[in-house]
Design a protein. Sequence first.
Length: 215
Amino acid sequence: MQLLEVLRLIFYTHMVFFCTRILFNGAIGKVGDEIVYRKSLSIDIVKPILIACDNRNIEIAAQSESVDYSNFPTTKYWPWLKNYKIIDFNSYDKETAKLYLPNLCNIDKEFVKNLLCEEVYYHDSIDPHSNTLFMIMNIDATKGKALDTIAKYYNINKENVLAFGDDYNDLDMLKYAGVSVAMSNAISDVKKVCLYKCLSNEEDGVAKWIEENIL
């Protein structure tokens, strides 16, 4: 049986039961309302970074559950990101999915890198609106590891996992999946590791690829 035929069989067998999400770049994996994978940043790691950046007037936000705790209005860069609270970081005490810092200059970027410990990694990218975005995550908070946990939850071999992606933080997930599809707007590194390509996000590429190849 061809691989896409296997995926088609799995889809029709399980589509009623699948309700999974990978959130915060892989920090949390959920099956329904159950969290099956969580790799957050501890307050001992987060708080010194928040305070040091705030003292240097560096814009920074901590994403915890559905709220972004920050020292700047997040709508300044992302108009839709309205659920934020500007706070004094000295009182911050939340478990944190990730830290993010927009439009860092090179000097401030090096300053932030020097604050990091071995338990975290950083991801530096450019969003669709040309804002640079520096993110700090738990070393194990990746989409690939979250996807592996979810696949094992459903007892699905990774060879039968389908994944779509377009950016650096999708690479380990795409390498993990048996079937990998790059969006047409993907960076070149993503296109190199993927077996297939589809239309861009703005063209409903994922839905159209599934409709043409799976349904």
